[in-house]
Write a protein that binds this ligand. Structure first.
Ligand code: NAP
Ligand code: F7E
Length: 349
């Protein structure tokens, strides 16, 4: 049987890695992009411009908030698998655009599920669920498929709806619908407003003399950070099982934002020495004494998820999935990439 995947959010971080992965497995891949006033396909240009994918990789306009476009795409493409990766995916920004986040990250999922139910009910469905669902009960660690949910942001609350409507369509209509409850995963293609990429870009720019210091919010937040390239394989594995189910993908390791900062500077030979506390905490180059990191309350969130640590044992056992890239290797991969891109200026004043 011809395997045809439809990916919403194809030009996002995960969409780009998943496209590469599925093309390597000989899928026909149909990616959905929304219209921008400028072209936003940087993460997939290498696929678009690769002639061997000319008859394998297709892009279509569509929008999460437009059920007409989604239904028409399902009718036209007749996918065997749909990966719903598109979302307003920034937790901090979800406090600034809460209603839009509810529409794009929550309600849109029913539009896709209904389009599948009515037009291609045997199609398998992957929902990009998230560790943000666990949010507010930091004492419950490590978090697994049985940990209660307690979202702490408009983003988390919208994803909660998407999680349950996916379970509901599986149970009510016997659809093959799965939730991947993914903990944070990063890469050189990570959006520049997420903390890891903000840090690696800033360190590269500081080294190139293009930025003075890095300003951050909560340095104490702990995250379970993995590598996006590892996680897309887990998404695919979920849709290859005999029965649909929900799975956590995580590394089972947690690190503070502060530790990520230290690791990134260590990659360029700088040891950070911290002085002060709270909003007065600052990070200095231990050799030169130069101020490199400070705290700016504008990056604090109205409500914060303090601690995420995932237990991926169900996915490891049932899917045979395991993350390959460890924390320090992830920081290194991102630092090498950003250092290469942000070259030192050719001339100085
Ligand atoms: P990302 O880089 O922010 O990509 C999000 C994608 O959604 C982009 O392609 C974006 O397109 C698209 N999109 C946003 N609003 C849209 C709309 N109204 N209509 C159509 N497309 C729209 O996110 P990611 O890191 O790849 O994450 C993929 C999915 O997994 C998201 O649903 C995210 O919430 C979820 N997730 C991510 C993580 C993580 O750590 N990365 C962890 C758990 C869950 P534009 O380029 O047009 O904005
Ligand atoms: O924040 C803290 C911030 O924005 C991580 C999304 O992919 O993963 C991601 O959500 C932590 C938070 O990711 C800054 O307060 C400090 O505690 O990189 P982030 P996130 O909120 O964990 C989940 C699993 C998803 O599902 C989401 O789609 O870092 N932090 N200072 C900062 N965060 C940012 N962005 N910027 C700062 O300056």
């Amino acid at each position: 049987m011809k395997r045809i995947a439809m990916i919403t959010g194809v030009n996002g971080q995960d969409g780009s890695y998943l496209s590469e992965f599925l093309l390597s497995k000989d899928y026909e891949v149909h990616g959905i992009i929304r219209r921008h006033s400028t072209i936003c396909t940087q993460r997939i240009d290498h696929i678009i411009n690769n002639s061997s994918f000319k008859d394998k990789f297709f892009l279509h306009y569509g929008d999460l908030t437009d059920s007409c476009s989604l239904a028409e795409l399902i009718r036209k493409i007749k996918p065997t698998e749909v990966y719903n990766l598109a979302a307003q995916s920034h937790v901090g920004i979800s406090f600034e655009v809460p209603e839009y986040t509810a529409e794009a990250t929550g309600v849109s999922t029913i539009k896709i599920l209904e389009a599948i139910r009515q037009n291609k009910p045997d199609c398998r469905f992957y929902q990009a669920s998230t560790s943000e669902l666990f949010g507010g009960i930091p004492s419950t660690v490590p978090q697994s498929e049985t940990t209660p949910f307690y979202p702490k942001s408009p983003y988390g609350a919208a994803k909660l709806y998407s999680y349950w409507i996916t379970v509901n369509y599986r149970e009510a209509y016997n659809m093959f619908a799965c939730n991947g409850i993914l903990f944070n995963h990063e890469s050189p293609r990570r959006g520049e407003e997420f903390v890891t990429r903000k840090i690696t870009i800033a360190v590269a720019k500081i080294m190139a003399g293009k930025q003075d210091k890095l300003s951050l919010g909560n340095l104490n937040a702990k995250r379970d950070w993995g590598y996006a390239g590892d996680y897309v394989e887990g998404m695919w594995l979920m849709l290859q099982q005999d029965k649909p189910d929900d799975y956590v993908l995580a590394t089972n390791e947690t690190h503070t934002v502060r530790e990520f900062v230290e690791a990134a500077f260590e990659e360029v030979g700088i040891k950070i020495e911290w002085r002060g506390s709270g909003i007065d905490e600052k990070g200095y180059d231990s050799k030169s004494g130069k101020l490199l990191v400070d705290v700016n309350p504008k990056y604090f969130r109205p409500a914060e998820v303090e601690l995420l640590l995932g237990d991926p044992s169900k996915a490891e056992k049932q899917l045979g999935w395991k993350r390959k890239v460890k924390f320090r290797e992830l920081v290194k991969i991102m630092m090498i990439s950003d250092t290469k891109t942000i070259t030192p200026p050719l001339m100085t004043d």
